[in-house]
Ligand binder design. Structure first.
Ligand code: NAD
Ligand code: IPM
Ligand code: MN
Length: 358
């Protein structure tokens, strides 16, 4: 069969790391005889929004639903388009309307990269953040009253549903069940956020009864962030609401040396809609145009996409190539965020060559 993949590079470094993601994907497809067909779309701030006054065409849903997966770079160019307009007009729309309710974000200290945490070596940091991806704190329920006056009030409600929370918890428990350590940590804040979070804890406790082999603990989000830094080795699968998961999935990768390597999978596990694969990082206007962005987050996201499409061996081969290059490459091949003097292209090319070599 031919896998049809929609490619949306986006803005800023999205357009720089995506060619390396595509190069790695094509190298993998050749090696493993996987038939992929890539279709590129220019939906982004620069310059689709500026030309059309919207982030997506009206028929985006019919167009993209036809694909087996979406390979995504990063969106956002706040100088030209306010972030909440661009992100609610694209990425967050995809997550919600394609019901990609699991955001799976591996966090692993890779060989050859120095953790900013003292004495941490590969193996010490190796966990997943499972982030609820369609509701929670990212809600469109709320509004502004008395706008522009001294009585101005803004409200944005957190919305959690039993259906929405239970399905992401189930995914997280099943993931923990398959891992050797069988451990799940829940991110809570039931001391201060006294309606939704005690209820979240109750949902976790109830779900845990179905997975007796999984050991469960929980931390309030404040001390949990501290423990990511102090004791990253404690964690195996961390499940969190939308906002807490967002924060943890930048902090975790930062503990592994750079957010530039972190991948993510926005998954609709039932396969009713296409899932979306993207690096955790954004469009990084501060380094855009310099050709120095780390392409590993994009390439690793491609590995997660192939695994999702049923080609775990191909995904594993990409990760093995990433690790081999990081371990062996000269510093003029790897990018500055991991201590090198190389470029997006030099690192991407080395990984693709390694994939093809096997
Ligand atoms: P960011 O992730 O773009 O950048 C944060 C910092 O990390 C910057 O210093 C940047 O240079 C560095 N960085 C990020 N990716 C890197 C890489 N691959 N290699 C080396 N360094 C890297 O976050 P931000 O600055 O908060 O956001 C910039 C824009 O991106 C905003 O418009 C924001 O809304 C958007 N954004 C989009 C996504 C997405 O599309 N998924 C995710 C996060 C942020
Ligand atoms: C992410 C990003 C997005 C989020 C932004 C850009 C809306 O930070 O994918 O982690 O908050 O989910
Ligand atoms: Mn984020």
């Amino acid at each position: 069969m031919t896998y049809r993949i929609a490619v949306l590079a986006g803005d800023g470094i999205g357009t720089e790391v995506m060619p390396e993601g595509v190069r790695a994907l094509e190298a993998t497809a050749r090696r493993f005889n996987i038939d992929i067909e890539l279709t590129h779309f220019d939906f982004a701030c620069c310059d689709y929004y500026l030309e059309h006054g919207k982030m997506l065409p009206d028929d985006w849903h019919q167009t993209l639903i036809e694909f087996d997966a979406i390979y995504y770079g990063a969106i956002g160019w706040p100088e030209k388009v306010p972030d909440h307009i661009s992100l609610w007009g694209s990425l967050l729309k995809f997550r919600r309307e394609f019901d990609q309710y699991v955001n799976l974000r591996p966090c692993r200290l890779l060989p050859g990269i120095k953790s900013p945490l003292a004495n941490r070596v590969p193996g010490d940091i190796d966990f997943y953040v499972v982030r609820e991806n369609t509701e929670g704190e990212y809600s469109s329920v709320g509004g502004t009253m008395f706008e522009g006056t001294e009585r101005e009030v803004v409200i944005q409600e957190t919305v959690m549903t039993r259906h929405g929370v239970d399905r992401v918890l189930k995914y997280a428990f099943e993931l923990a069940q398959q891992r050797p350590r069988q451990k799940l940590t829940s991110a809570t804040k039931s001391n201060g956020i006294a309606i939704t979070m005690p209820w979240w804890d109750k949902r976790v406790a109830e779900m845990s009864e179905q997975y007796p082999e999984v050991s469960v603990d929980k931390f309030h989000i404040d001390i949990l962030t501290a423990n990511f830094v102090m004791h990253p080795d404690w964690f195996d699968v961390v499940v969190a609401s939308n906002l807490f998961g967002d924060i943890l999935s930048d902090l975790g990768p930062a503990c592994t040396g750079t957010i530039g390597v972190a991948p993510s999978a926005n998954i609709n596990p039932e396969g009713k809609f296409p899932s979306l694969f993207e690096p955790v990082h954004g469009s990084a206007p501060d380094i855009a145009g310099k050709g120095i962005a780390n392409p590993i987050g994009q390439i690793w996201s491609g590995a997660m996409m192939l695994e999702h499409l049923g080609h775990k061996d191909a995904g594993d081969a990409i990760l093995a190539a990433i690790e081999a290059v990081l371990e062996e490459a000269d510093s003029n091949v790897v990018t500055p965020d991991v201590g090198g003097t190389g470029t997006t292209a030099s690192l991407g090319q080395a990984i693709s060559e390694r994939i093809e070599k096997g």
